[in-house]
Design a protein around this ligand. Structure first.
Ligand code: SF4
Length: 295
C-alpha cells in the first residue's frame, strides 16, 4: 500500500512485512504487547484493567518516549487480522474494562475493517489512545468504530515539537484533531461504575523546563473545546532515563513539584476536570483528586 493516512503523508510504500515510511511500519499489524493494564486512569482501568494492545512503530518519534523499544526500535511481532481479532476478544473474556488501542494511528487503514467486524462481538468500549498527531479524515473514518478517544496534547511551541518529536506542525495538527474527536464523540459519559463509555480524555505529560508550554496548551485547549465536555489527565511521570536527545539539558532531570503543581493549578483555573498523578507513584498510579466529584 502507498500510505498517506497520517499527517506525515509520506506516500511511502508499505508491504506486508516492511515499511519505508516515517513510522517504519509494515502494512500487516505489528504489535509489541497485549495485556490487561491496571495503571491507566481509574475510569479507564476499572477493576481488572484496560485491555491494551500496543502497536509497534509510531508516526511521532519523541526523544523521551518511555515505550521506545516498541515505538522507536519497532520491536514486536507481525500478527494476522484473525490473530488480532482473537487477542481483542480474549482480553474481553479476561474481564477487560475496554479495548485500549495504544499508538494505533499508522494502522488505522487496517483497524477500520477489523473494528467493524469485531465490534459485533464486543460488549466493552473501544479506546483510541494516540499522540494527537492525527489527520482529521482518518478520525472521521474511525469515528463509527471508536467510543473513547485518548489523545495526547503535547506542545504548543513549534520549536519544541520539531526538536523533541520531529513534528514542527504538531500544534496545528492536534488543534484540529482534538476538537474533531470531541465533535464525533460528544461529551464524556461514565457508567455507573465510573468507567468511561464515550468521549475524549486528553493526556498531557509535563516536561521539565517547559511548564510555560504546558500552560499554553491548556489556554489553547480552553479555546478549542468546552473544558466541561472532556476529561484531562496531567502526567508527571517523565523520567530522564529514556531521553535519547542531546540538545536539551533541561530534560536530563526529573520534573519538580513546583513545575507540575503550577500546571495543575492553571488547568483547574481554566475549568478542566480529570486526573492528576501522584508524585510518589513515579510511574503510573493515578489519583483522581482534583474535581473528582465532577467526574
Ligand atoms: S502512517 Fe507511517 S507511512 Fe503512513 S503517512 Fe504516516 S508515517 Fe507515513
Amino acid at each position: 500500500m502507498i500510505c498517506n493516512q497520517c499527517p506525515r503523508r509520506c506516500q511511502a510504500e508499505r508491504d506486508d512485512t516492511k515499511g519505508l515510511g516515517f513510522c517504519k511500519s509494515p502494512a500487516l499489524f505489528k504489535i509489541g504487547r497485549h495485556a490487561l493494564h491496571p495503571y491507566e486512569e481509574p475510569c479507564v482501568s476499572g477493576e481488572k484493567g484496560s485491555g491494551t494492545v500496543f502497536f509497534s512503530g509510531c508516526n511521532l518519534q519523541c526523544v523521551f518516549c518511555q515505550n521506545s523499544v516498541i515505538s522507536y526500535e519497532n520491536k514486536g511481532k507481525i500478527v494476522s487480522y484473525e490473530t488480532l481479532k482473537s487477542i481483542i476478544l480474549d482480553l474481553q473474556e479476561k474481564g477487560a474494562s475496554n479495548i485500549n488501542l495504544v499508538t494505533p494511528t499508522h494502522y488505522a487503514h487496517a483497524l477500520i475493517p477489523l473494528l467493524k467486524d469485531v465490534r459485533k462481538e464486543l460488549r466493552i468500549p473501544v479506546l483510541y489512545n494516540s499522540s494527537g498527531y492525527e489527520s482529521v479524515g482518518t478520525i472521521e473514518s474511525l469515528a463509527p468504530y471508536v467510543d473513547v478517544w485518548m489523545p495526547d496534547f503535547k506542545y504548543v511551541s513549534s520549536d519544541l515539537s520539531g526538536k523533541l518529536s520531529n513534528a514542527p506542525d504538531y500544534f496545528e495538527v492536534a488543534s484540529q484533531a482534538v476538537p474533531k474527536m470531541v465533535e464525533v464523540s460528544g461529551p464524556v459519559v461514565l457508567d455507573e461504575r465510573g468507567l468511561i463509555r464515550k468521549g475524549v480524555l486528553i493526556r498531557h505529560l509535563v516536561l521539565p523546563g517547559h511548564r510555560d508550554d504546558s500552560m499554553a496548551i491548556f489556554d489553547a485547549l480552553a479555546r478549542l473545546v468546552d473544558p466541561q465536555d472532556v476529561l484531562i489527565s496531567l502526567m508527571n511521570q517523565y523520567t530522564p532515563d529514556f531521553y535519547r536527545g542531546q540538545d536539551h539539558p533541561e530534560l536530563k532531570r526529573r520534573l519538580t513539584t513546583f513545575e507540575y503543581e503550577s500546571v495543575v493549578e492553571h488547568a483547574l483555573k481554566l475549568g478542566f476536570r480529570g486526573y492528576r498523578q501522584d508524585r510518589s507513584s513515579a510511574v503510573s498510579d493515578y489519583t483522581p483528586d482534583f474535581l473528582e466529584e465532577d467526574v
